[in-house]
Design a binder for this molecule. Structure first.
Ligand code: 0RA
Length: 654
């Protein structure tokens, strides 16, 4: 039975009023605490609970974590740590476990180990999960007893009690929760792949921890057997690099690996070069993917460039010409797959998405560690060192040759906004926050879009030529592609070193392609380009995918547009009514070109009624894999992907 608020006030005094206020705030503005109430926020609840178990494991007290998705999409997270404290807190006058689950930002109320660092992007604590759950139950095994409590929407429903005695060495915490469907209105369904990717990533970032994910929801393909996967990386980031290079050809067998402490910062680096031209570097701070980089990454990059240049200087087996070469950062990162993870006590996150490390001390610490240990590694592994410098030198040569061949001034002016491409039908407003640009496949659809658009805020850029596959070409070649240059120019940000998001001319860049295989291919090429060359646009939430309808269902003057077969059938049913289907016309759109301007506006471009997918960087590791799957030479995974839709795209109604 839930305590009435009057009753709990009497029992707990003033503290509980603060508690109620805190959790009320969470329920009122959940987005402030978990980012959003979409699928992303729903999954965030699990990460928030798991982060606590990871903290306990990072402090050396837990080894195993079990995450279970139950049939009703409720979740259990269990660990074998010390157990959340159950003794009554002298100031709060509540058991520790109750504080953790009902007081916002309760973390500081506990004595933490001297070297403990906390993960979690928002780091808001489990009380937020409690507030956003219909019910939450917690079991704590500690000091030879199993304790229990439960809650409803954040308020205590069963106060702490002892269930049974257990052997003293048996300790741990188990949390079960069922997300509140009135908060998570979009969906309460957990996605295996989303959870698995993050748990896999956490296992790489915290070597030795065993994380098991189990799915108890029925699935015919498994014949009633629950799906289960264990994530356990004894090699830490080494295993992550091997995983990331899975579809690529490594240039050396070993994964270069460093793992040490410096100035109170735990620093771990793994890297391996492959024969591609892409730079696949990921950086993390306290288990959070720092998409925007920061001081730690700056330290890593500058040390990498310097170490490789110095290695060349002192190499005896290089000719004079090679010895004189100066490698740039781009040269030494061509074909690299690298992961950098640091753990700092008080991270300062900055930037658009708060995924850029600001702590200045991290730069020097990472730089000096990489300088020392990477030089030493290369000296001790000459075969690996040679493979790396060969790659970097050939990158430098290619770049130099391309630079000489290119008319630099022409390139510069071509990317200047002053020289806006003629085929761009620009909008008349100039405030980027109001403006959107459609990248439209083909001239005929481009024509319809131009006529159908609202020209004050909608710009149209028809794409007709081939878009280059950026996975398989050096940057210079990418830039020489006519369509790519047009896109860069129209967006206005510039690219690479010159990239400046403040110059972005549209805050919505919408890819609009046909709903067929060619369309999916073009969309993927474009996404690969943006992911590789302008990830900041994805981070900023500027990238979208248009959703044109697949069917028009009409009878007389009544018409509906359907975005799936299910919808089509439902509309047909509705139009048909109890009298039968009569003269219902069903038209299947094979391409955007089959719609007239008015239809295109109504179904796909009108902000009042359209549905778009927002492209997110939620899981860059997975996105990179996805791009590789798509762009690699294997046909079957590509076909499968196109059929099952883009993993890195999350649903969003605009
Ligand atoms: C603070 C202190 C102690 C344990 C924990 C927090 C803890 C929290 C969670 C949340 C999920 N699993 C957890 N495991 C441990 C223990 C302090 C001590 O025993 O001295």
């Amino acid at each position: 039975m839930a305590n009435s608020s009057a009753e709990s006030e009497k029992e707990y005094g003033a503290e509980s009023i603060t508690v109620l206020k805190g959790l009320e705030a969470v329920r009122k503005r959940p987005g402030m605490y978990i980012g959003s109430t979409s699928a992303r926020g729903l999954h965030h609840l699990v990460y928030e609970v798991v982060d606590n178990s990871i903290d306990e494991a990072m402090a050396g007290h837990a080894k195993r974590i079990f995450v279970t998705i139950h049939e009703d999409n409720s979740i259990t997270v269990e660990d074998d740590g010390r157990g959340i404290p159950v003794d009554v807190h002298p100031v709060e006058k509540m058991p520790g476990v109750e504080i953790a689950l009902t007081v916002l930002h309760a973390g500081g109320k506990f004595e933490k180990d001297a070297y403990a660092v906390s993960g979690g992007l928002h780091g808001v604590g489990v009380s937020v999960v409690n507030a956003l759950s219909d019910n939450l139950k917690v079991w704590v095994k500690r000091e030879g007893k199993e304790h229990y409590m439960d809650f409803a929407r954040g308020t205590t429903t069963t106060k702490l009690k002892v269930l049974r005695t257990v052997p003293a060495k048996e300790t741990g915490t188990k949390v079960w929760f069922k997300p509140d469907a009135t908060i998570f209105q979009e969906t309460t369904r957990y996605d295996w792949t989303t959870l698995a990717s993050r748990l896999r990533e956490l296992s790489y970032l915290n070597k030795g921890i065993q994380i098991t994910l189990r799915d108890e929801r029925p699935d015919e393909s498994r014949d009633g057997q629950p799906r289960e996967e264990l994530f356990w990386a004894n090699g830490g980031l080494r295993d992550m690099v091997t995983f990331l290079n899975g579809n690529k050809k490594p240039l050396h067998q070993d994964v270069v690996y460093l793992d040490t402490m410096r100035d109170g910062i735990a620093i771990e680096v793994a890297l391996q070069y492959n024969d591609s031209y892409a730079d696949t570097t990921f950086s993390f701070v306290n288990n959070i993917n720092t998409h925007e980089g920061g001081t730690h990454l700056t330290g890593f990059k500058s040390a990498l460039t310097s170490v490789i240049n110095k290695y060349i200087e002192r190499s005896s087996n290089l000719n004079k010409k090679d010895k004189e070469i100066r490698l740039s950062g781009d040269d030494v990162r061509e074909g690299i797959t690298a992961v950098l993870s640091v753990k700092v006590r008080e991270p300062q996150f900055e930037g658009q998405t708060k995924t850029k490390l600001g702590n200045s001390e991290a730069e020097g610490a990472v730089r000096s560690v990489v300088n020392e240990l990477l030089s030493q590694y290369l000296d001790e592994h000459p075969k690996t060192a040679n493979a790396i410098i060969d790659k970097a030198i050939s990158a430098a040569r290619a770049r130099e040759a391309a630079r000489k061949a290119r008319d630099l001034t022409r390139k510069k002016s071509a990317l200047d906004v002053a020289a806006l491409p003629g085929k761009l039908a620009d909008c008349s407003l100039s405030d980027p926050a109001l403006c959107e640009m459609y990248l439209v496949e083909g001239d005929s659809a481009g024509g319809s879009a131009k006529q159908g658009r609202k020209r004050d805020f909608q710009a149209i850029l028809p794409l007709r030529g081939k878009i280059i596959n950026v996975e398989k070409a050096r940057f210079d070649k990418v830039l020489s592609n006519e369509e790519i240059r047009t896109i860069i120019t129209a967006i206005g940000t510039g690219i690479k070193e010159e990239f400046d998001i403040a110059k972005c001319r549209y805050h919505k860049i919408i890819i609009m392609t046909d709903a067929d295989v060619d369309g999916a291919h073009i969309r993927t090429l474009l996404l690969t380009f943006f992911f590789r060359q302008m990830p900041e646009l994805i981070d900023a939430g500027f990238m979208y995918i248009a959703q044109p309808p697949l069917y028009r269902v009409a009878k007389g003057k009544e018409e509906f547009y359907a975005y799936s077969e299910k919808e089509r059938d439902a509309y047909a049913e509705r139009l048909g009514g109890p009298e039968g289907r009569g003269n219902i016309m069903i038209q299947r759109y094979k391409g955007l070109g089959e719609m007239n301007p008015e239809q295109l506006w109504k179904t796909t471009m009108d902000p009042e009624t359209r549905t778009m997918l927002q492209v997110t960087m939620e899981d860059a590791v997975l996105a990179d894999q996805t791009f590789q799957t798509l762009m690699g030479d294997e046909v079957e995974p590509r076909r499968l992907f196109i059929e099952t839709n883009a993993r890195f795209v999350s649903n969003l109604d605009i």
